[in-house]
Design a protein around this ligand. Structure first.
Ligand SMILES: NC(=O)c1ccc[n+]([C@@H]2O[C@H](COP(=O)([O-])OP(=O)(O)OC[C@H]3O[C@@H](n4cnc5c(N)ncnc54)[C@H](OP(=O)(O)O)[C@@H]3O)[C@@H](O)[C@H]2O)c1
Length: 278
């Protein structure tokens, strides 16, 4: 993994989106299964961040984990990505919204710092705007005040990243993107990240690539490794330097996803998967 932070990063992130009132139970199940990285967001529309806090609290109280054992990542989400359950005053300026959202996240998660704070998505699909600059500066202030160790951006194009680098001068530690095999597994963004020691976090590796899971190359590799196609995809993701996310609700899949970390793929197979569809 291409970063000086590598030694303190988890090898897999457990994603907590869309779990609603099962969030606490499933996050606890994931932690018990061995996940040590948790991805959430202060966006009640898709995440129940306080449920993640409940799971952590249960693990701490049982003495199974301490705060330092877990990598916690959450996000700031602009007003259009939210429903009516806002973690900030929508009439406040963006820099204040970031501070309010962070304070609310820390309360939900029962901690005084997160490991990574991510801008959920830029304000526009077409470039890095003044709004994004204001939010990013506010996020840097949160980091400098010790409320997050690292910063990231999500749902970004190469254009966003290039513009951000040109105007803001500081690279994120993470990029978190949906990763489509048919777009070369986000090759251009991954290359940008690799050249700058930014860790690329890939999500929807299974759901965005259903055709890949049925492709003879993948099913053949899976059969030879006595693994599942999903495990081959996660193994590929790790091998090319991604930090993968899974949001499985199934205890068996949790174990399989973690077990994929001990699989290895021959270099020619990695190359073939890399150029499978784009
Ligand atoms: N930044 C963003 O905008 C953004 C957007 C979307 C997601 N995310 C993050 O990424 C996380 C993961 O989301 P995702 O889109 O990748 O989808 P996901 O929630 O991980 O869904 C994976 C789907 O594949 C199924 N599956 C089958 N076999 C599996 C296996 N071996 N391992 C895992 N899943 C298997 C799962 O079913 P079972 O439950 O039955 O296993 C589930 O329906 C989210 O929870 C969230 O934290 C971020």
């Amino acid at each position: 993994m291409p970063t000086s932070q590598s030694s303190t990063l988890p090898t897999f992130l457990y994603g907590t989106a869309w779990k609603e009132d099962r969030t606490a139970a499933l996050t606890e199940l994931a932690l018990r299964a061995g996940f040590r990285g948790i991805d959430t967001a202060n966006q009640r529309r898709h995440y129940f961040e306080a449920g993640v806090g409940q799971a952590l609290d249960a693990m701490y109280r049982e003495g199974l984990l301490t705060r330092g054992d877990v990598f916690l990542q959450t996000k700031f989400t602009y007003r259009p990505g939210q429903d009516h359950r806002l973690p900030y005053d929508p009439s406040a300026r963006l820099s204040v919204q970031v501070a309010q959202s962070m304070a609310s996240s820390l309360e939900h998660l029962g901690t005084d710092y997160v490991d990574s704070y991510v801008l959920h998505g830029p304000a526009s699909g077409y470039g890095w705007t003044d709004a994004d600059r204001e939010v990013w500066e506010a996020m840097i202030k949160e980091r400098d005040a010790g409320r997050t160790r690292l910063l990231g951006v999500s749902n970004v194009s190469l254009e966003h990243l290039e513009q951000m680098a040109a105007v803001d001068g500081e690279n994120p530690a993470f990029v978190q993107n949906r990763c489509y095999a048919r777009f070369g597994w986000d090759r251009d963004v991954r290359l940008f990240c690799r050249e700058r020691n930014i860790v690329y976090q890939g999500f929807s590796l299974l759901t965005a690539n259903v055709e890949v899971l049925h492709h003879p190359l993948i099913t053949g590799l899976a059969a030879r490794a006595d693994a599942t196609p999903a495990q081959i995809v996660f193994c590929f993701a790790r091998t090319v330097g991604m930090l993968p996310l899974t949001g499985t609700s199934d205890a068996r899949h949790m174990k399989e996803d973690l077990a994929s970390l001990s699989l290895t793929l021959p270099a020619d197979a990695v190359q073939a998967i890399d150029s499978l569809a784009g």
